[in-house]
Design a protein. Structure first.
Length: 199
Protein backbone atom coordinates (compact mmCIF):
# COMPACT_ATOMS: atom_id res chain seq x y z
CA UNK A 1 0.00 0.00 0.00
CA UNK A 2 1.33 3.41 -0.98
CA UNK A 3 1.20 6.03 1.76
CA UNK A 4 2.86 9.41 1.99
CA UNK A 5 6.29 9.65 3.57
CA UNK A 6 6.82 12.82 5.51
CA UNK A 7 9.55 14.05 3.16
CA UNK A 8 7.80 13.20 -0.15
CA UNK A 9 4.45 14.26 -1.63
CA UNK A 10 2.13 11.30 -2.13
CA UNK A 11 1.76 11.89 -5.88
CA UNK A 12 5.56 11.87 -6.20
CA UNK A 13 5.70 8.65 -4.18
CA UNK A 14 3.21 7.03 -6.59
CA UNK A 15 5.13 8.21 -9.66
CA UNK A 16 8.39 6.90 -8.18
CA UNK A 17 6.71 3.49 -7.79
CA UNK A 18 5.75 3.47 -11.49
CA UNK A 19 9.24 4.25 -12.84
CA UNK A 20 11.99 1.65 -13.19
CA UNK A 21 15.51 2.38 -11.88
CA UNK A 22 17.96 4.05 -14.28
CA UNK A 23 15.19 5.00 -16.70
CA UNK A 24 15.38 8.01 -19.03
CA UNK A 25 12.63 10.41 -17.92
CA UNK A 26 11.28 13.64 -19.40
CA UNK A 27 9.14 15.77 -17.08
CA UNK A 28 6.87 18.21 -18.92
CA UNK A 29 6.04 21.15 -16.68
CA UNK A 30 8.55 20.04 -14.06
CA UNK A 31 8.02 23.04 -11.75
CA UNK A 32 10.81 23.49 -9.22
CA UNK A 33 12.25 20.05 -9.97
CA UNK A 34 11.31 18.17 -6.80
CA UNK A 35 10.20 15.07 -8.72
CA UNK A 36 13.25 15.10 -10.99
CA UNK A 37 15.52 15.38 -7.96
CA UNK A 38 13.77 12.40 -6.32
CA UNK A 39 14.09 10.32 -9.49
CA UNK A 40 17.85 10.89 -9.49
CA UNK A 41 18.24 10.31 -5.75
CA UNK A 42 15.91 7.31 -5.33
CA UNK A 43 15.98 5.61 -8.75
CA UNK A 44 19.28 6.78 -10.31
CA UNK A 45 17.30 7.97 -13.36
CA UNK A 46 18.57 10.09 -16.23
CA UNK A 47 16.24 13.08 -16.19
CA UNK A 48 15.34 16.07 -18.32
CA UNK A 49 12.76 18.74 -17.56
CA UNK A 50 10.84 21.33 -19.54
CA UNK A 51 9.37 24.30 -17.69
CA UNK A 52 7.93 27.67 -18.76
CA UNK A 53 8.29 29.52 -15.43
CA UNK A 54 11.73 31.13 -15.19
CA UNK A 55 11.70 31.32 -11.38
CA UNK A 56 11.02 27.57 -11.21
CA UNK A 57 13.89 26.94 -13.63
CA UNK A 58 16.29 28.85 -11.35
CA UNK A 59 15.25 26.50 -8.52
CA UNK A 60 15.89 23.49 -10.77
CA UNK A 61 19.34 24.78 -11.73
CA UNK A 62 20.15 25.33 -8.04
CA UNK A 63 19.44 21.60 -7.54
CA UNK A 64 21.80 20.72 -10.40
CA UNK A 65 18.99 19.64 -12.74
CA UNK A 66 18.97 19.77 -16.53
CA UNK A 67 15.85 21.79 -17.44
CA UNK A 68 14.97 23.57 -20.69
CA UNK A 69 12.93 26.75 -20.77
CA UNK A 70 10.00 26.00 -23.04
CA UNK A 71 6.27 25.81 -23.58
CA UNK A 72 4.99 22.23 -23.65
CA UNK A 73 2.30 23.29 -26.14
CA UNK A 74 5.05 24.09 -28.66
CA UNK A 75 5.79 20.40 -29.14
CA UNK A 76 8.70 18.02 -28.65
CA UNK A 77 10.19 18.04 -32.16
CA UNK A 78 13.76 18.03 -30.76
CA UNK A 79 13.29 14.50 -29.39
CA UNK A 80 13.22 11.34 -31.49
CA UNK A 81 10.60 8.58 -31.24
CA UNK A 82 10.73 6.54 -28.00
CA UNK A 83 13.81 8.46 -26.84
CA UNK A 84 12.59 8.38 -23.22
CA UNK A 85 11.43 5.44 -21.16
CA UNK A 86 8.87 7.69 -19.44
CA UNK A 87 7.36 11.10 -20.08
CA UNK A 88 5.70 12.67 -17.03
CA UNK A 89 2.87 15.21 -17.05
CA UNK A 90 2.14 15.62 -13.36
CA UNK A 91 -0.28 18.41 -12.46
CA UNK A 92 0.28 19.97 -15.88
CA UNK A 93 -2.23 18.27 -18.23
CA UNK A 94 -5.09 20.49 -17.06
CA UNK A 95 -2.95 23.59 -17.78
CA UNK A 96 -2.02 22.67 -21.35
CA UNK A 97 -3.83 24.42 -24.18
CA UNK A 98 -3.76 21.59 -26.74
CA UNK A 99 -4.18 18.33 -24.80
CA UNK A 100 -4.44 16.06 -27.88
CA UNK A 101 -1.31 17.45 -29.48
CA UNK A 102 0.78 17.26 -26.31
CA UNK A 103 -0.34 13.73 -25.39
CA UNK A 104 0.29 12.44 -28.93
CA UNK A 105 3.78 13.96 -28.83
CA UNK A 106 4.45 12.60 -25.31
CA UNK A 107 3.38 9.11 -26.42
CA UNK A 108 5.65 9.45 -29.46
CA UNK A 109 8.84 10.39 -27.55
CA UNK A 110 8.12 8.20 -24.51
CA UNK A 111 7.68 4.46 -24.31
CA UNK A 112 5.25 5.14 -21.46
CA UNK A 113 3.59 8.31 -20.20
CA UNK A 114 2.58 9.11 -16.63
CA UNK A 115 -0.26 11.61 -16.28
CA UNK A 116 -1.36 13.04 -12.93
CA UNK A 117 -4.14 15.62 -12.53
CA UNK A 118 -6.59 16.95 -9.94
CA UNK A 119 -9.99 15.25 -10.01
CA UNK A 120 -12.57 17.98 -10.56
CA UNK A 121 -15.36 15.53 -9.71
CA UNK A 122 -14.19 15.05 -6.10
CA UNK A 123 -17.15 15.17 -3.72
CA UNK A 124 -15.96 18.40 -2.03
CA UNK A 125 -15.96 20.16 -5.40
CA UNK A 126 -19.41 18.79 -6.18
CA UNK A 127 -20.78 19.95 -2.82
CA UNK A 128 -19.35 23.44 -3.22
CA UNK A 129 -20.86 23.73 -6.68
CA UNK A 130 -24.23 22.41 -5.50
CA UNK A 131 -24.66 24.27 -2.22
CA UNK A 132 -22.69 27.47 -2.87
CA UNK A 133 -23.18 27.70 -6.62
CA UNK A 134 -19.56 28.80 -6.99
CA UNK A 135 -16.38 27.42 -8.52
CA UNK A 136 -14.82 25.06 -5.97
CA UNK A 137 -11.69 25.79 -3.94
CA UNK A 138 -10.21 22.69 -2.26
CA UNK A 139 -6.85 21.30 -1.20
CA UNK A 140 -6.36 19.80 -4.67
CA UNK A 141 -7.83 22.90 -6.38
CA UNK A 142 -6.47 25.79 -4.29
CA UNK A 143 -7.12 28.62 -6.76
CA UNK A 144 -9.97 31.07 -7.14
CA UNK A 145 -11.57 30.93 -10.60
CA UNK A 146 -9.95 34.22 -11.64
CA UNK A 147 -6.37 33.16 -10.80
CA UNK A 148 -6.38 29.46 -11.67
CA UNK A 149 -3.79 28.19 -14.16
CA UNK A 150 -6.18 25.37 -15.09
CA UNK A 151 -7.70 25.43 -18.56
CA UNK A 152 -9.37 22.01 -18.53
CA UNK A 153 -11.59 20.70 -15.76
CA UNK A 154 -11.53 16.93 -16.06
CA UNK A 155 -12.44 14.05 -13.81
CA UNK A 156 -10.93 10.59 -13.44
CA UNK A 157 -13.88 9.20 -15.44
CA UNK A 158 -13.32 11.83 -18.15
CA UNK A 159 -9.69 10.77 -18.58
CA UNK A 160 -10.57 7.06 -18.74
CA UNK A 161 -13.18 7.82 -21.38
CA UNK A 162 -10.69 9.98 -23.33
CA UNK A 163 -8.18 7.11 -23.39
CA UNK A 164 -10.86 4.68 -24.59
CA UNK A 165 -11.92 7.00 -27.43
CA UNK A 166 -8.31 7.69 -28.50
CA UNK A 167 -7.16 4.07 -28.28
CA UNK A 168 -4.67 4.78 -25.49
CA UNK A 169 -3.79 1.88 -23.20
CA UNK A 170 -4.15 2.47 -19.47
CA UNK A 171 -1.54 0.15 -17.98
CA UNK A 172 -2.08 1.23 -14.40
CA UNK A 173 -4.03 3.83 -12.47
CA UNK A 174 -3.61 5.01 -8.89
CA UNK A 175 -6.12 7.39 -7.34
CA UNK A 176 -5.18 9.18 -4.15
CA UNK A 177 -6.47 11.54 -1.49
CA UNK A 178 -4.32 13.76 0.70
CA UNK A 179 -2.53 10.95 2.50
CA UNK A 180 -3.55 7.57 1.05
CA UNK A 181 -4.71 5.58 -1.95
CA UNK A 182 -8.45 5.67 -2.74
CA UNK A 183 -9.53 2.29 -4.18
CA UNK A 184 -13.31 2.74 -3.72
CA UNK A 185 -15.30 5.08 -6.04
CA UNK A 186 -12.21 7.11 -6.98
CA UNK A 187 -14.13 9.51 -9.24
CA UNK A 188 -16.06 10.61 -6.15
CA UNK A 189 -13.48 10.32 -3.37
CA UNK A 190 -10.01 10.73 -4.93
CA UNK A 191 -8.44 14.17 -5.18
CA UNK A 192 -5.85 13.14 -7.77
CA UNK A 193 -5.70 10.55 -10.54
CA UNK A 194 -2.36 9.17 -11.72
CA UNK A 195 -2.27 7.05 -14.89
CA UNK A 196 0.47 5.05 -16.61
CA UNK A 197 -0.44 5.00 -20.30
CA UNK A 198 1.03 3.79 -23.59
CA UNK A 199 0.13 3.61 -27.25
Amino acid sequence: MITARKDIQLDHEVILSLIQPQAKVLDLGCGNGDLLYLLIKEKNCHVQGIEIDEQAIYKCVAKGLNVFHGDVDSGLAEFSDKYFDYVVLNQSLQQILHVDKVLIDALRVGKKVIVGFPNFAHYKSRLQMFFKGRSPVTGALPYQWYETPNLHFLSISDFKNYCRIKGINIERSVCIGQSRRIPFLPNLFAQTGIFLISK
